[in-house]
Structure formats: structure tokens, C-alpha cells
Design a protein around this ligand. Sequence first.
Ligand SMILES: NC(=O)c1ccc[n+]([C@@H]2O[C@H](COP(=O)([O-])OP(=O)(O)OC[C@H]3O[C@@H](n4cnc5c(N)ncnc54)[C@H](O)[C@@H]3O)[C@@H](O)[C@H]2O)c1
Length: 313
Amino acid sequence: MSQPLEPSKLNEIIRKVTMIVIEIVTLIVSILVIYIKSLIHLIVGKPEKNVSGQVAVVTGAGHGLGKQLSLQLSRKGVKVALIDINQFGIDSVKDEIMMTGGQAFAYKCDVTNESMVKQVMETIKSDLGPVDILINNAGITHCTPFVDLSPGQIRKTFEVNTLSHFWTISAVLTEMIERDQGHIVAISSIAGLLGTPNVVEYCSSKFAVNGLMTALEKEMHIGGANANVHFTTVCPLIMNTGMFKRPKTRFSSLLPICSPEDVASTIIKSMLQNDSLITVPQSAMAIYRLEKIVPEEAAKKVQDWLDYGVGSH
Ligand SMILES: NC(=O)c1ccc[n+]([C@@H]2O[C@H](COP(=O)([O-])OP(=O)(O)OC[C@H]3O[C@@H](n4cnc5c(N)ncnc54)[C@H](O)[C@@H]3O)[C@@H](O)[C@H]2O)c1
């Protein structure tokens, strides 16, 4: 026969169980509050912050999405530091911004070169002041089946698409923490959420960016710290910038080939609303979430049926 519990042990058990019940109830209430907030935002829209007068650094600003982000940020009154290896590209984006009364500054820099990034970011800070917004946009791909990829190509993709984020973030994060103000935006890709044939090295580099941003955001916000340093990871579908020369989509209204102008405007809106993870268009998020809950085989069948992706070139 089992012995009855001592009153002190029984009290301890009751105390622990009560604590856990209180914690669970608090958790459920806070989750409910999040759902209610999301519902309200869905109905009336999320409030947007004002970035006028702030300093933004955009990498890969000389072409495509980076160019559009820079032009549109300047229209919001942001001073834009344009970074690219393509001097001609950033010079012409700078001219375009200056002609419309905005402020832009061009800095030729290879984002894979850690010491060059450090030096250029210091120059930007002394020219324009502390960086409020960092958009890591520069990216490359080789669009080649895995078996034909050279080690040099694989390394290069990771250096531009992933490692460069570490160098640029390192140059601004401490100051953002000290000022408790800042926003880091990573341009990832839908390829960083769903693997795609012919761009295996590209997909892996973008999956890594998603991991970097998710983990960094969590690390920064432990116990409610650095509440005003924000992180946004962006996963666009294919854009017609020329990066992918052979895009394919079977249902273009569901999974369109997007224009960089439209993608940039969605990104800026999401950044102003401090969103954490977005797909562009946002409808692609539903496909991604669905993929996660259906059996793997079924997800593969749906992907094949949608026939969305890129051919090698
Ligand atoms: N184009 C697409 O379909 C697509 C889809 C999803 C995500 N993206 C991502 O969006 C971002 C922008 O793509 P895009 O289509 O505008 O590309 P893009 O080729 O039009 O422009 C990329 C820019 O990055 C610059 N760049 C490349 N290597 C650099 C380096 N080492 N240092 C500094 N600058 C460098 C290039 O000179 C160019 O100006 C990339 O991160 C890309 O992976 C693109």
C-alpha cells in the first residue's frame, strides 16, 4: 500500500501545478490578444512608421529591385546610401534620385569583401550619420544544375547572398542596439522557403539568410529587449529583372512573374509596418504554409502541378 504524501510535499505539488496552470492561461490570453490584433490589422490596416529624414543603406542598389527600393525610399524622404559593385548603376540611380529632389550617395563596394564593407560603412556613417535602415539586397545566382556547379560558383553565391549580410549587419547592429532604433531588411526569396531545381546553391544561400534573420531577431528580442530594432525577411517570387533568364509559371495570376517596382512598394509598406517575414505577393505565403501541413508527397505533387520555377541557363 502506498504511503500518503506529507502535507509539505503535497503543498509543493499543488503550488507547482497552480503556477503551470496560471502560465498556460497567461499564454493562451496573450496568444488570443495577438489573434485579435491581427484581425483588427486585417480590417483597418496596420499603422505605418514615419521614416522621413532617416538614413538607409541599400546593397545591390544599382539595378533591379535594389534600384526600385532606393527610388521609393527616397520618395519617403529617406537619405539613401547606394552600394553596388556596378559604379555606373549606382551613379545613374543617384542622378535619378537627385533629379526628383531626393538625397542619395553612391559608394562602390563589393559586399563580399569584409574589410571593404567595414570601411565603406564607416564612411557612410561619417557622411550621413547613424544608419537607421539596412537593406541587404545584393544577390546573384548561377542557374545551373547541381552537377554542373563549380566549387567557385557555390562559394561566390554564398559570399554574395549570405556572408555579406554578416559583414553589413556587424557594421550597424551595435549602434542600433545602443540607440534602440533601427531596421534590418533581408531580401531572401521564395527559393529560401521552398527548394527549387536548377538553383540549388541559390536556394541554400537564401535558406541560410532566413535562418540568420530568424535567429538574430529572436536573440535581439530576448526578454523584450531592443524592441525598436526591427527585422524583416522578404521572400519575393520571380521578378523580371533579368536575374533569372528562363522563368516559368503555369498559373500567372496565382504565381506571377513580378515587376521590381511592385515588389519594392510591398517591401517598403511591410517594413513601415514592422512585419517579420513576408512573401511578395503575399498570397504566396498561403501556398508555403499549406506545404508545411500537407504530407510531403502531396506537397511535391502540388509543386509539380503548379510548374513554377526557373530553367537553367
Ligand atoms: N530576380 C528575381 O526573380 C528574384 C526573386 C526573388 C528574390 N530575388 C532577390 O532579390 C535581390 C535583388 O535581385 P535582382 O533581381 O534585383 O538582381 P539584379 O541582378 O537585377 O541586381 C543585383 C544587384 O546586385 C549587385 N551586386 C552583385 N554582386 C554584388 C557584390 N558582390 N557587391 C555589391 N553589389 C553586388 C549587382 O551589381 C546588381 O546591381 C537578390 O537578393 C535576389 O536574390 C530576386
